[in-house]
Design a protein around this ligand. Structure first.
Ligand code: SF4
Ligand code: SF4
Length: 238
């Protein structure tokens, strides 16, 4: 076993990820500094981040219609929730918006959607998962970074986690996953540096707030702690 090579590969990955994170933080901080704290500015930053994502380094087991992973809790930064909501509102018809709102509220009514264990045990589908038999994501092009990061090299592991209602280690490309996930952390950290109440939130709870309170985006951008009730507590897995 060549431990020296292993540690040098890990070190290379660590340096690469730190460099990507620092560049993204600098870019976002400068952008918000020059153009101000507004949803379209956050949208433009997110768009740039999505375009800069590295490709998957190899084949995965993921394919359209496979959606065991769309029955798990999704954590996002508040800027992601704001931008995704903003885009949904811009693109959807009035009927489409009403449909999504109703799905989100119905999901929220089912239990404690901030609790990872709720999703695993109830096998509750994400409200954006189309349950018409095709099981595709209704907001695929807009999906959060954690959805973009999640993948598996073995779909039976995903299926087993779903069937057992518990956390199962899913084999993946860890550096790729970390390289996509980091953009959510960058958005959280830079927003906090700008004086905003910034932390990881449950995607669906944050959208519930946005769908039911038109004033939420502006109040958050002015520094109010509007999304406190959507905050994800750390270490919530059983
Ligand atoms: S992560 Fe697992 S459940 Fe999700 S698409 Fe890939 S193989 Fe399917
Ligand atoms: S937003 Fe889309 S990709 Fe993410 S969990 Fe929901 S349905 Fe799946």
């Amino acid at each position: 076993m060549n431990d020296t090579r292993f540690s040098s590969d890990s070190e290379r990955a660590r340096v690469l990820l730190a460099g990507t994170r620092d560049t993204a933080m600098k870019h976002l901080s400068q952008l918000l500094g020059t153009r101000g704290l507004h949803v379209p500015v956050l949208a433009s930053a997110m768009d740039r981040f999505v375009k800069s994502l590295v490709p998957l380094p190899g084949e995965t087991a993921c394919k359209t219609g496979c959606a065991w992973c769309c029955h798990l809790r999704v954590g996002v930064s508040i800027p992601e929730a704001l931008v995704i909501f903003h885009e949904i509102r811009a693109q959807a018809t009035a009927e489409g918006l009403a449909f999504l709102k109703q799905r989100i509220l119905k999901t929220s009514d089912r239990g404690d959607i901030l609790d990872e264990n709720f999703w695993r045990r109830s096998r509750c589908p994400c409200p954006f998962l189309d349950m018409d038999g095709t099981y595709h994501c209704l907001i695929y092009g807009l999906r959060p970074f954690s959805c973009r990061a999640f993948h598996s090299l073995d779909d039976t592991a995903c299926r087993r986690g779903y069937d057992l209602g518990m956390q199962i280690q899913v084999p993946c490309f860890p550096v790729y996953r970390a390289s996509v996930d980091l953009y959510s952390s960058v958005l959280i950290q830079v927003a906090a540096q700008k004086g905003l109440a910034s932390f990881q939130v449950g995607f669906i709870r944050a959208l519930e707030i946005l769908f039911t309170d038109d004033t939420a985006p502006d109040r958050w951008l002015k520094g109010e702690n509007v999304f406190l009730s959507a905050k994800i507590a750390e270490f919530t897995l059983d």
